[in-house]
Design a binder for this molecule. Structure first.
Ligand code: ARG
Length: 581
């Protein structure tokens, strides 16, 4: 149990005793430590609905509050109850979580299944920086949800059945360089796609050929299907390499094409049940007119007021759409995997699409919880959308390459005596960690500026700073001439800096569930920065190796626990810790 949960139980009992009703309490860490460690506004909330004096009610609650050896409580301001955790309680908690492989984290997800739909690049198109955010954010959410006990199914819903295949098929037949394909398949596929795309713009005949290639593919032409299969296979192989480098894993790769055979039946079902109807030859889902237009994803505001904005699930020419596939995907995930929740980690521009899909699924009788975990864009240092020097969208591989190169240069400067192989391995961990942390330490909805120097700095709010903190702690243990059994250590907290470090260590298990409340790994990232800063203040104020036996053992145990929490926390962000730096 976390300290916060412990306080919540005790406060809940006292509230019930005071007001005769079981009401879940509100407690949060105090913004200002001068008032205490945790603060509750429950007395104020309750007094308002009961029209009594909040300070009097707070007094009645405190009178019946059994805090044991955990904390003291007092009333402040208009009726806040402020709690100060006793230093002995912090010490006992630190000892307990040193023995716990979960480091005090709860398991609220037991028995629940979440499907997480993330990354999902489009085949034969390069992964761009927008896919970076989805991949890094989605992977971190998978790791955190799994650690909190959820059964997580990571599904890469790749775009493997789009209109781009008309161009690719035509390019494959007329422009393909087999040697280039063998050497670097994704680049070659992208090249033929771009060349055909450019040719089609100036020559309508090319466009017509592409269209007819697409129709042949969609109607099951064996030759085109074989080429399409090959495109998917080489693209997947290229993507696998990037994911391996990023240490990102999927349980499934059920792309759009997987659902093709289910689409005709789905549209029939929607028609028969009245969920969709025909409009100008297309089959559409319209508003059910139960919501105010501002809240209705099937309405849009135009000059002359609100008009219909249906989701099309079959075009007049018989073709199916992105929305049709997404509905079939929902059906599959519920039927086959019994998903309790489905999370989609996809950029803000697809917000309307998901609102329509979720609303359609609800009308279709699906009770699963759907969440669109949206994110903003990545900007270059000029605050414009990030581009390469030649003006193209920056590919993910370029970003990783550059990060690792820059990390290698920094490491060579700082630690020139490292061997080439070790230096390269460290540069990989540091460079990729820096890119991931730059993403995950931001609020996902804000556009963030990609600033190389800032993300790789050892002093800033960066992965290298955290990795370096971890390295420093491990080096303390290397200086030790005896084995140290942290689980057996007795923790004694004397100095303010020691208490503060223990306070932050206890928060680890409290921060993780908060991350999932609003899908914000930045809460964890910021917590880790705070923990590392607390560690450095502690290390400056408190002798470790030179202190007398009992103090030394207690301080070493705090060091050990800090390094475990840092490594575990970074691990939840998908970031590894090097041994040396
Ligand atoms: N392939 C899409 C894109 O790159 C993202 C797919 C997201 N997932 C989904 N189920 N729609 O824009």
């Amino acid at each position: 149990m976390t300290l916060l949960q412990n306080l919540e139980h005790r406060l809940a009992a006292a509230i019930e005793a005071a007001v005769g009703e079981a009401i879940p309490p509100n407690i949060a860490p105090s913004a200002d430590l001068r008032f205490g460690d945790y603060q509750s506004n429950s007395a104020m909330v309750l007094a308002k609905s009961r029209k009594t004096n909040p300070r009097v009610l707070a007094g009645q609650i405190i009178a019946g509050l059994d805090l044991g050896d955990l904390a003291t409580a007092k009333i402040d301001g208009p009726g806040f109850i402020n709690f100060t955790i006793l230093r002995e309680a912090y010490a006992a908690h630190a000892e307990a979580i040193l023995k716990d492989p979960r480091l005090g984290a709860p398991e609220p997800g037991k028995g629940k299944c979440i499907v997480i739909d993330f990354s999902a690049p489009n085949v034969a198109k390069p992964m761009h920086v927008g896919h970076i955010r989805s991949t890094i954010l989605g992977d971190s959410l998978c790791r955190i949800a799994r650690f909190l006990g959820y059964e997580v199914i990571a599904d890469n819903h790749i775009g493997d059945w789009g209109t781009q295949f008309g161009m690719i098929l035509h390019g494959w037949k007329s422009l393909l360089d087999p040697n280039a394909l063998a050497a670097d398949p994704i680049t070659e596929l992208v090249r033929i796609y771009r060349d055909v795309n450019a040719a089609a713009k100036s020559d309508p005949a090319v466009l017509e050929t592409c269209k007819s290639e697409l129709v042949k593919l969609q109607s099951g032409d064996a030759g085109n299907l074989a080429i399409w299969r090959q495109c998917i296979d080489v693209s997947k192989a290229g993507l696998e390499k990037i994911y391996a480098r990023l240490d990102v894993k999927f349980d499934h790769w059920l792309g759009e094409s997987f659902y093709n055979s289910m689409l005709p039946g789905l549209v029939d079902e929607f028609l028969e049940s009245g969920l969709a109807r025909e409009s100008n030859g297309a089959i559409c889902i319209f508003s059910d007119e139960t919501k105010a237009p501002e809240q209705d994803p099937f309405k849009v505001h135009k000059e002359d007021g609100w008009t219909d904005n249906p989701a099309i699930i079959r075009k007049a020419d018989g073709g199916f759409l992105y929305a049709t596939t997404d509905l079939a995907t929902i059906q599959y995930r519920i039927d086959q995997w019994h998903a309790d929740q489905i999370w989609y980690v996809v950029g803000v521009p697809q917000q309307l699409h998901f609102r329509q899909i979720f609303e359609s699924a609800r009308r279709w009788g699906k009770t699963t919880e759907f969440v669109h975990i949206a994110f903003g864009s990545i900007l270059g240092e000029d605050r414009k959308l990030m581009k390469t020097r030649s003006g193209e969208n920056v590919g993910l591989t370029d970003v990783l390459e550059e990060a690792v190169e820059r990390a290698a240069a920094a490491i060579a400067e700082k630690n020139p005596e490292l061997g080439a192989e070790e230096a390269a391995a460290i540069a990989e961990i540091v460079g990729i960690g820096a890119v991931k942390f730059a993403e995950l330490s931001q609020n996902r909805l804000t556009d963030y500026v990609f600033a190389w120097d800032r993300m790789l700095s050892l002093q800033g709010d960066t992965a290298p700073y955290l990795q370096y903190s971890h390295v420093r702690i491990r080096s303390i243990f290397r200086k030790l001439d005896h084995a140290f059994d942290a689980a057996a250590a007795k923790i004694i907290l004397e100095k303010e800096e020691e208490i503060h470090l223990a306070r932050l260590l206890a928060r680890f298990g409290e921060v993780l569930p908060l991350v999932l409340e609003d899908f914000r790994p930045n809460l964890l990232a910021n917590y880790l920065l705070e923990l590392a800063r607390a560690f450095h203040s502690f290390f400056e104020a408190c002798q470790v190796l030179k202190s007398e036996a009992a103090t030394k053992s207690s301080r070493l145990a705090l060091c050990e626990l800090t390094s475990r929490v840092l490594a575990k926390g970074l691990g939840m962000l998908g970031i590894r810790c090097p041994e040396r730096m």
